[in-house]
Design a protein around this ligand. Structure first.
Ligand SMILES: [Zn+2]
Length: 494
């Protein structure tokens, strides 16, 4: 808390020095008042505690997720902000009920395991098969195994994950490994956990609901022991029992708060964070902290009686972890208003310092972001990166051609706790979260009030971005390419 207070004291000086030429009169005054309020004592911490400690881990499709929806709706209403539950279709249900495994053969022990999202289940008595050394999961490893891969559990060694870059590499590698080994008729894949000290986590598999194989993460130390045994010539088998609650399509809900614009009510600025989480931890860094921040921005705007020129929507998306589904659902539900969407932003990288924004293949967004950041330059420095990012709720806005932002954040402790049992309230840097919420407030209100707006991109312009960037590769890795290619998802040709 000390850091937040220090920041708010120096903040008045920052504003004084940076009196913006471009934001004049009441609009500039409103940003100043809003940011000052965000930096004071607000219920940000209490909200985060309620969502993580009381509601808990909340995978979409679980009872806890429905409690989170009710909680968020109530939080907006208590803040005096109009809000509603917006239904959308989740394509498939997946929840882990339990996961257990036993190593057998020459040596017996009980490794700790977690099912990967959309893993197939096993027979109730378990699926027993030889455990084989899959090396790093390369083509050469597959060739070396030859016919031994068939019908076996393939154990793949991983590097230890320390930061965000390692996390991205983890995903890219796993996607390639699945593409290689699953068609080779393996019984299932077992990834050595990439986090030390027994930490289990849910690593999203690339095929989503289309996956038909059991997929497991095994505690790093247990997996290393099994690999040493295999490499020492021991005979090793694995019996895994995965009980999952899998099923067909069902209805879920986004929670969307709204403050209507006073002048251009049909033009919409979205500030978003996802309400769902995985369930080993309580979804604090991913993404309870940013949910609390979005609610706090709405609350302080309502409390101060600020009327933005454009309408602001405070979107708490659901189904993000299971395929960015809620934000997709939002673009379907609001298809008729998509032309009026001026900017959609996502906050989803924990509580490390906001270092700037990804502008997602819209270089024309950069000067507008910088103008919106000007009143809070004392909270910087900020740097914009114009590269398309696939992996959070900006995605469907991007492929709808809507200008979109993702807050870029210092990696901090996000990577090691990502989707893990350790993603709990105590990992959140509350002082930094408060500063980040102030940044989010300034950017949101800045876009809602500025004179300019950027045009929506056509399908041809979105395709051009795919030709000139790795957007298509990222979409394949996230399992969302086929929906775009088939025309199910994204902007249609007009
Ligand atoms: Zn997230």
């Amino acid at each position: 808390m000390k850091r937040a207070i220090a920041a708010s004291l120096s903040f008045a000086a920052v504003l004084w020095l940076a009196t913006p030429d471009t934001l004049v009169g009441r609009a500039a005054d409103d940003v100043e008042r809003l940011v000052a309020a965000m930096l004071r004592d607000t219920p940000l911490e209490e909200d985060l505690a309620a969502l993580t400690d009381r509601v808990g881990g909340r995978p979409t499709g679980s009872p806890a997720n429905l409690r989170a929806v009710d909680w968020a709706l109530e939080a907006f209403h208590e803040a005096g902000v109009a809000a509603k539950k917006e239904p959308f279709a989740m394509p498939a249900r997946w929840l882990e009920r339990s996961a257990a495994a036993e190593v057998g053969g020459d040596v017996a022990f009980t490794p700790r395991v977690a099912a990967m999202p959309f893993s197939a289940d096993t027979p109730a008595g378990g699926l027993a098969a030889p455990l084989v050394d899959g090396g790093r999961g390369s083509d050469q490893d597959l060739q070396r195994l030859g016919t031994a891969a068939k019908g076996a559990w393939v154990l793949v060694e991983t590097s230890e994950l320390r930061n965000l870059e390692d996390l991205f590499a983890d995903y890219a590698e796993a996607t390639a490994i699945e593409g290689r080994f699953l068609p080779a008729d393996v019984a299932g894949m077992v990834y050595m956990g990439s986090r030390a000290s027994g930490l289990l986590y849910r690593h999203n598999a690339s095929r989503g609901p289309d996956n038909t194989h059991p997929l497991i993460v095994m505690q790093r130390e247990d997996a290393a022991r099994a690999l040493r045994l295999l490499r020492g010539g021991a005979r090793v088998s694995l019996t895994a029992r995965l009980d999952v609650d899998a099923g067909g399509a069902y209805e879920s809900y986004n929670v969307v708060g709204e403050i209507r614009g006073g002048e251009r009510a049909n033009e919409v600025v979205v500030i978003g964070a996802h309400l769902d989480s995985w369930d080993l931890g309580t979804g604090a860094l991913d993404n309870g902290c940013n949910v609390a921040a979005v609610i706090d921005v709405a609350r302080q705007m309502a409390r101060l009686g600020i009327t933005p020129r454009r309408t602001i929507r405070f979107a708490l998306f659901n189904g993000e972890e299971q395929g960015l589904v809620g934000s997709w659902g939002y673009t379907i539900a609001h298809a008729a208003e998509m032309d009026g969407h001026v900017m959609a932003s996502s906050y989803d990288i924990g509580s490390g310092r906001i270092t700037g924004f990804f502008t997602n293949g819209r270089p024309d967004l950069v000067p507008l972001v910088e103008r919106a950041l000007q009143p809070i330059e004392g909270l910087g420095p900020f740097e914009q990166i114009d590269a398309p990012i696939v992996g959070t709720d900006n995605f469907d806005f991007m492929i709808e051609g809507v200008p979109n932002l993702v807050a870029n954040q210092a990696s901090a402790n996000y990577g090691p706790n990502y989707h893990a049992r350790s993603d709990t309230f105590d990992k959140v840097d509350l002082a930094q979260l408060r500063l980040n919420a102030a940044v989010a407030a300034a950017v949101t209100l800045g876009f809602a009030n500025m004179d300019e707006r950027l045009p929506r991109h056509s399908r041809a312009q979105i395709e051009a971005l795919m030709d000139t960037s790795d957007l298509d590769d990222q979409m394949k890795a996230m399992g969302v390419w086929k929906d775009w290619e088939s025309g199910k998802r994204g902007r249609r040709r007009k």
